[in-house]
Design a protein around this ligand. Structure first.
Ligand SMILES: Cc1ncc(COP(=O)(O)O)c(C=O)c1O
Length: 488
């Protein structure tokens, strides 16, 4: 038999399926298809197929193993996808979160039966309160954006109970897109605050907006360091301006690996904070979840948290539904427990070395930035925090857009940085090496950038047509956007 090797390689599991391939018979059991009725009540025997592929076990195992080899993840190598914190997550935390004593817990079990799990939540909450410098916590939100929504609903209810009609949220133009979407979903109008020359919030612009909109402003959402990787040096002034206006400061803490153990949002004046446990705290980011976006608030807002919160009475943990002004529920039950468990294990294992997370994240980013500054323009060129943004603008004439360079990086076997975000930088490439990379991985990335820039000078076609070394080559991105096929 002649087999088309190329075609065969790309067949999916349904195309590889052959009826009867997976018919197991338990020998000597006496059970056959025709006498099933003797063993199973007739009404429980399905008389139609459910469309599962029929593959022999070895074929199925090979299929999934080969599929996994086509992927690239943090377990393969450096993954400098800015803003996403694609760092290596210790396997021991995955292992503990797979213990059946945790995975078999059901949310309808009585609190007395699940004291251990409630303790994990409670103690993690206490740790996060110390790390962030705020007073109360909820683990309900399943992701960063969900946390943003929850935090803004808290602000909304607070003002509504005070009888104040504050319907505006201020968001810097460098912010993550979810900030704008969450504010809008929570029913607010958004005013964008322009960044100044140095990439931080322009105080004159902020003062102007505050003077104009006054007591219509509910809050400002700030990411610090911002998405350019720059620390908002005027954060205390911003806090003063907003609080004087009776508005809140909301902290987008998705990027806590930049400051953890070094600085606390609570001390900067923030009133509401969300964290992405699925970035800094040992759960991989991306791939559709699960995540956790706990919200922390100052004392004045603790009665507004979603119910229930985990509480302790002497040595007993319990679910407290008795919050006077709670915004209600934003998710079934109490949040994604296993993600919180991993964060708890991670923090216990890191212990007093917490600040080294940020020190290494910042050191790695600055090392890379220094090594790349001769190749690329760096529009906001100062010492960065955990990430920085390059511009590939100067290579555009040679055909080397950020997109082309990113695709060519794939040819060299690693994941490219984030491109075209933040939108205030032309041909942006946002690089976040994370704290988990060694110097040789950083140097490898630098070498790849150098090779690609040399290619652009000598043989740009190879970059423009990238990727060429991958199983699937260059995609028609416009077609994918305009005519997506979303089902098989
Ligand atoms: C700065 C910032 N804010 C918010 C988010 C949204 O988080 P999520 O993807 O969990 O909704 C992200 C995502 O990475 C982010 O980088």
């Amino acid at each position: 038999m002649v087999i088309n090797l190329v075609e065969n390689k790309n067949l999916n599991i349904f195309e590889k399926s052959k009826p009867g391939n997976n018919d197991y018979i338990v020998e000597n059991s006496g059970i056959t298809e025709s006498n099933l009725n003797n063993y199973i009540p007739k009404q429980m025997i399905r008389d139609y197929g459910i469309g599962l592929p029929d593959l022999k076990e070895n074929e199925a195992a090979r299929y999934f193993t080969n599929l996994s080899k086509k992927n690239y993840g943090v377990d393969n190598g450096i993954y400098p996808l800015g803003s996403c914190t694609m760092k290596y997550n210790p396997k021991i935390n995955e292992e503990i979160s797979n213990f059946s004593s945790f995975t078999d817990v059901h949310p309808y079990q009585k609190a007395e039966d699940v004291q251990g799990s409630l303790m994990v939540y409670y103690e993690l909450g206490e740790m996060l309160k110390k790390i962030v410098g705020l007073d109360a916590v909820t683990f309900h939100p399943s992701a960063g954006a969900h946390g943003e929504f929850c935090g803004l609903m808290i602000a909304k209810k607070y003002f509504s109970l005070k009888g104040e009609n504050r319907n505006i949220i201020l968001i810097p133009d460098s912010a993550h897109g979810t900030n704008f979407a969450s504010a809008s979903m929570a029913g607010f109008d958004v005013i964008e605050v322009k960044s100044g020359e140095d990439g931080t919030i322009d105080l004159n612009e902020l003062n102007r907006i505050v003077a104009e909109k006054k007591d219509l402003i509910a809050a400002i959402m700030v990411t610090n360091p911002n998405t350019l990787g720059i620390f908002e040096k005027n954060i205390l002034k911003i806090s003063e301006i907003m609080h004087k206006n009776g508005s809140f400061l909301y902290y987008d803490g998705a990027n806590l690996n930049a400051i953890i153990g070094l600085a606390r949002p609570g001390d900067m004046g923030f009133d509401i904070v969300h964290l992405n446990l699925h970035k800094t705290f040992s759960t991989p980011h991306g791939g559709g979840g699960p995540g956790a976006g706990p919200i922390l608030v100052k004392d004045e807002l603790k009665e507004f948290l979603p119910v229930p919160v985990i509480a302790r009475d002497k040595e007993k943990y319990y679910l407290n539904y008795d919050l006077k002004n709670s915004i209600g529920k934003i998710k079934a039950f109490y949040g994604n427990f296993l993600v919180c468990l991993k964060a708890y294990c991670y923090l216990l294992s890191v212990g007093s070395h917490l600040r080294n997370i940020s020190i290494n994240a910042v050191l790695n980013a600055n090392y890379l930035k220094k090594k790349l500054e001769g190749l690329f323009e760096i529009p906001y060129d100062k010492n960065c925090m955990h990430e920085f943004v390059l511009s590939a603008k100067k290579y555009r004439d040679k055909g080397g857009s950020a997109l082309h360079i990113a695709k060519r990086i794939i040819d060299y076997g690693i994941h490219p940085p984030t491109i075209y975000f933040p939108i205030i930088v032309e041909e942006a490439m946002m690089v976040e090496p994370t704290e988990s990379e060694d110097i040789w991985q950083l140097d490898k990335l630098v070498s790849i950038f150098n090779i690609i820039i040399e290619e652009l000078e000598k043989n740009p076609e190879v970059v423009i047509n990238a990727p060429i070394n991958t199983e699937i080559g260059k995609l028609d991105e416009i077609k994918a956007l305009k005519e997506p096929i979303l089902k098989y």
